[in-house]
Design a protein around this ligand. Structure first.
Ligand SMILES: Cc1cc2nc3c(=O)[nH]c(=O)nc-3n(C[C@H](O)[C@H](O)[C@H](O)COP(=O)(O)OP(=O)(O)OC[C@H]3O[C@@H](n4cnc5c(N)ncnc54)[C@H](O)[C@@H]3O)c2cc1C
Length: 367
């Protein structure tokens, strides 16, 4: 006899948001919180409009401190030749913002605080028996193998460096990105630690180069960073520790079976160059919650046919984003002259093709 309706394994944003969403439906939910992370997450996530709507419904978005969320009004993408320029603006896209940059540690804190007040949700050390078990254990999920799930993973041989920066001038709500060989660099506007003058850095590089940068003294690292990001607010300096993540692409197959489903990074991992991994995970949460809410009255929560509806609805959004990010990684990692010419001219063309640009921005906004 199940003790709860749904047992969720995982302690990340995907697991906690799903627990809140299912608790709102009146389902009895247990979420296994596991050990606390050893250090605070220095990252900031670029979240899209769909993720924001989900977090609003869960009453988490409006609980975030004002300086933990910064809207992006403009996005400037540069290649590695003068022709390679692409600009997006919220104004031409007719939206409030292109994305919202959210402090990762604050988001985690707000989700966990909401869980403490959520009726029907209990936090447990280990998952009790349930009609449905959801695995949201992240990219290194230990349960996949026991479920018979294959995880195809390809390491990019790259590492992302993340850090908080402070600049001398205001960020003006502009996100800057450089797509080039061999690195991809993003400076995302943020109001922490200093209002108007902070950026979240995500710098993806070949692992050897990333290791060298991580070992440098702060002043030497800042000089390298400033050289790699010309034409942006001057005086970029580190506001705290640097952290590193090895980068890979991965996908799980199958993602569901009788009584279980795998979601979030446990089901699909993408390169962070487009800032879409968590947006995909929140997409899983929304679709799974809707699928369970709309089931026939006689159908059990763990019914494989029901869970396959969720898997079918998520297949295309996840696949298309995986292909897109993978194509960008490969397109921008070649050092050959013709590849450089092609990608920079391509960026210039898209910049002038207004409908194509609108379509691209809409995909990123809605996931
Ligand atoms: C440098 C970088 C920048 C990024 N930037 C963005 C961005 O701007 N926008 C965006 O959308 N995405 C971004 N991402 C991707 C995003 O970080 C991930 O997609 C997201 O964190 C996945 O969430 P998750 O909850 O599925 O997994 P995780 O965040 O990995 O959480 C899973 C957690 O569950 C724990 N766990 C595992 N097993 C169990 C168990 N049995 N019981 C309890 N706990 C367990 C794990 O230890 C882990 O803490 C970025 C990624 C990187 C590396």
């Amino acid at each position: 006899m199940p003790v709860v309706d749904v047992s969720i394994r995982g302690r990340g944003a995907v697991a906690t948001s799903l627990a809140l969403a299912l608790g709102q439906q009146g389902l009895r939910v247990a979420v296994s919180t596991g050990a606390e992370p050893e250090r605070a997450d220095v990252r900031a996530y670029a979240l899209n409009a769909a993720s924001r709507r989900l977090l609003r419904r869960l009453k988490v978005w409006d609980a975030l401190p004002a300086d933990a969320v910064t809207p992006v009004y403009d996005m400037q993408v540069r290649g590695d030749a003068p022709a390679g320029r692409l600009q997006f603006s919220a104004w031409t896209q007719h939206v409030d913002a292109l994305a919202w940059i959210v402090d990762a540690a604050e988001l985690d804190g707000a989700l966990n605080a909401a869980l403490r007040f959520a009726a029907h949700v209990q936090r447990v050390d280990d998952g009790p028996s349930a009609s449905l078990t959801v695995y949201a254990e992240g990219k290194d999920s230990a349960s996949r193998r026991a479920l018979g799930v294959r995880f195809d993973r390809h390491d990019y041989g790259q590492t992302a460096i993340a850090a908080r920066l402070i600049a001398d001038e205001s960020h003006q709500g502009i996100a800057h990105q450089w797509f080039r060989a061999p690195d991809v660099l993003a400076l995302l506007p943020l109001d922490r630690p200093r209002p108007q003058r902070s950026f979240a850095l995500v710098w993806s590089l070949p692992t050897q180069r990333a290791t060298a940068l991580l070992q440098m003294e702060p002043a030497a690292f800042e000089a390298e960073l400033q050289a790699a990001s010309p034409d942006v607010p001057a005086g970029l300096r580190l506001a705290g520790a640097r952290a590193a993540w090895p980068l890979a692409i991965g996908s799980a197959q199958p993602v569901c079976g009788e009584g279980w489903v795998v979601i979030g990074d446990a089901a699909h991992v993408v390169h962070p160059l487009a800032g879409q991994g968590l947006n995909l995970g929140f997409g899983d949460v929304q679709v799974l919650a809707d699928t369970l809410a709309n089931r026939e009255p006689w159908r059990a929560l763990g019914d494989q046919r029901l869970l396959q509806r969720h898997a079918r609805a998520r297949a295309w959004p996840v696949k298309s984003m995986s292909w897109l990010t993978d194509a960008l990684v490969h397109g921008f990692s070649s050092q050959s002259a013709w590849a450089r010419e092609l990608r920079n001219r391509g960026m210039g063309l898209v910049d002038h093709a207004v409908p194509a640009k609108r379509w691209l921005a809409a995909q990123a906004l809605e996931g």
